[in-house]
Write a protein that binds this ligand. Sequence first.
Ligand code: H2B
Length: 94
Amino acid sequence: MNPLTAEESAAALAKLPGWTLRGDGKAIARQFAFPDFRAAFGFMAQVALLAEKQDHHPEWSNVYNKVDITLTTHDAGGLTQRDIRLAAAINKIA
Ligand SMILES: C[C@H](O)[C@H](O)[C@H]1CNC2=NC(N)=NC(=O)C2=N1
């Protein structure tokens, strides 16, 4: 899958509340905050299932109630429609 152009990335981002484009334009990121660790980890479990379903996997980290997610397509070396699709699905369950 080809990386998105800068214009395509901007258009996609406009429909993805909370996500920002990384400086190099090759990834998008968002931080999610929850009441506690249990809620954060429950969210991560749901995202893990989504990732397996879409065969597209996040770069992420967790500190107590916060989950930081970065999406990029390693195979393409940049941002693709696969990242946009996963981000939209993540927003739905957050
Ligand atoms: C073989 C497998 O389908 C690929 O390696 C998939 C798996 N998950 C992936 N996830 C992400 N974020 N980028 C990829 O390029 C990618 N490739």
